[in-house]
Write a protein that binds this ligand. Structure first.
Ligand code: HEC
Ligand code: HEC
Length: 441
């Protein structure tokens, strides 16, 4: 209801006392989400990077397979991270990220690093980002005024977009897109898992075994009789039976799961400050994505990660470097065609859920049977007998890397068999929503 006053201003109050009609607002939001005149140059819309048929992630199979990240509206410019799914985003806890003692982790906010507090705040990010839509609020308002959605704007807000001040019009545009993101189009709860929870179908034996591993519970809900566990639901939340909440498969908490650098990320080569003053990467191949650490240290007047030039010498005192927001796993394997490649993790390093599950199972292992890399040691790779099965984490930070030091039951050494891994993947595949009926919303 308070959609048009999201930023705490009086926008909209002067012209309409009543909130805009919701249907008209959502229709405008949907049209703007798909409107590729909003980028500079034209040609890129939100849907260019977040497409339903690809589980609300990148619909570009080639980019997913090779670069992992996507090209922005300006040819040759790349974002440092991959487009995450934006399904079920309305259920993400709002920011700014706060430390939850109960979880021993930060939670809240949008983007992989929590830097936007609300869905509406998030939207100006891609619009302004020189490596994404590369526009300004004034440019977007002009594009809407000159574009295909003038009448939809009038219907939603009762005024001509061209008659409004830029700030006001931009807030309305953002509010419309955010209202579309809060519809059942993005959160239909129509997967086979949902039908199973509603008692309408049975999972296959493999899917059920995967759910049991995922939660460590025979019932597939926390609190049931304990069974062999892969501990997934401790971050990708499955609600307790009594909670009565629907499962969104994320706690919104930030963790470092030890994903390696993605050497194919073109952002590493994007060093030319003259060509791309705001979106370049002066560090080149030495760039480290600190995740939450690239946001919270700035608020303390420290550089990203509190590392390098200008750091206050205390290093990662908040224990946040390399922590990224836990994504939902809904639609994780949704793809437009069987041979379409998706990628996973904040930098697109992984190319399939199967590969990710194998990583969770074996990240800490080497080719020497029984050897476990101890990531809490200062030099985890010193004196190893075997060759590590995976490249080192992008943030090999002993403070924040979730590390079992050899014990089973936590990330990196789960003790899963090949059949267990396959069962987990089968379960993840139950989380894809049904394609929409043509008229439903
Ligand atoms: C060029 C590709 C690109 C375009 C265009 C784009 N996005 Fe994104 N989107 C991304 C990337 C990459 C991220 C993650 C960035 C990060 O975490 O720093 C992201 C993150 C998000 C998130 C955060 C999800 C979460 O759970 O935190 C939302 C919501 C979102 N985008 C919505 C939109 C909307 C709405 C538009 C259109 C106004 C849009 N995006 C346009 C690439 C894109
Ligand atoms: C300690 C918390 C934690 C646990 C436990 C955990 N995850 Fe994750 N998961 C994360 C975080 C954080 C990310 C994002 C990491 C990044 O991008 O750097 C993630 C990412 C993923 C992704 C990639 C999704 C995408 O869209 O990119 C998959 C798939 C996944 N997890 C599945 C699992 C499975 C299966 C398990 C159990 C074997 C599991 N996770 C256990 C926190 C966790």
């Amino acid at each position: 209801m308070a959609l048009i006053a999201l930023h705490g201003t009086s926008a909209g109050v002067a012209r309409t006392a009543a909130p805009p009609p919701r249907d008209a607002l959502v229709q405008l939001g949907e049209a703007l989400f798909n409107d590729d005149t909003l980028s500079r140059p034209r040609g890129q819309s939100c849907a260019s990077c977040h497409a339903r048929e690809a589980g609300w992630s990148s619909p570009d199979s080639v980019a997913n397979e090779h670069a992992g990240v996507v090209q922005g509206a300006v040819a040759g410019r790349y974002v440092n991270r991959r487009p995450p799914t934006i399904g079920y985003a309305e259920f993400m806890p709002a920011g700014p990220p706060v430390f939850l003692t109960s979880r021993a982790a930060y939670a809240g906010g949008f983007f992989y690093d929590g830097r936007a507090a609300t869905l509406a705040d998030q939207i100006s990010g891609p619009i302004r980002n020189p490596n994404e839509m590369n526009n300004t609020p004034a440019g977007v308002v002009r594009a809407v005024a000159d574009g295909p959605n003038v009448a939809r704007f009038r219907k939603a807000f009762g005024v001509e977009v061209s008659s409004l001040a830029v700030d006001e019009a931009f807030q309305d545009i953002v509010a419309a897109i955010a209202s579309f993101e809060r519809t059942a189009t993005f959160s239909p709860f129509s997967s086979r898992y949902d039908a199973y929870v509603a008692g309408k179908l049975s999972l296959t034996a493999a899917e059920l075994a995967g759910l049991q591993l995922f939660t460590g519970s025979r019932t597939g809900r926390p609190g049931g009789p304990a069974v062999k566990t892969a501990t997934c639901s401790s971050c990708h939340t499955v609600e307790p039976a009594a909670a009565g909440r629907r499962d969104v498969f994320t706690s919104g908490t930030f963790h470092n799961i030890g994903i390696p650098k993605n050497p194919a990320n073109p952002y590493y080569a994007q060093t030319d400050a003259a060509a791309n003053p705001e979106g370049c990467n002066p560090l080149g191949a030495a760039y480290i994505d600190y995740g939450l650490g690239s946001v919270l240290y700035l608020q303390k007047s420290c550089p990203p990660g509190n590392a390098g030039n200008g750091s206050d010498g205390r290093g990662d005192f908040l224990r946040i470097n390399g922590t990224f927001k836990t994504p939902t796993l809904r639609n994780v394997d949704t793809r437009p065609a069987p041979d379409f490649v998706k990628c996973y993790g904040h930098n697109g390093y992984f190319k399939s859920p199967r590969e990710m599950v194998h990583f969770y199972n074996t990240r800490n292992l080497t080719t020497s049977p029984g050897e476990v890399i101890n990531f809490t040691a200062r030099q985890p790779y010193a004196h190893l007998q075997g060759k590590p099965l995976w490249p080192p984490p992008e943030n090999p930070d002993p403070q924040t890397l979730v590390n079992p030091t050899g014990a089973r039951g936590l990330i990196g050494n789960l003790g899963l068999t090949a059949a267990d891994e396959a069962n987990l993947v089968a379960f993840l595949q139950t989380l894809g929503d049904a394609p929409p009926a043509s008229t439903s919303r």
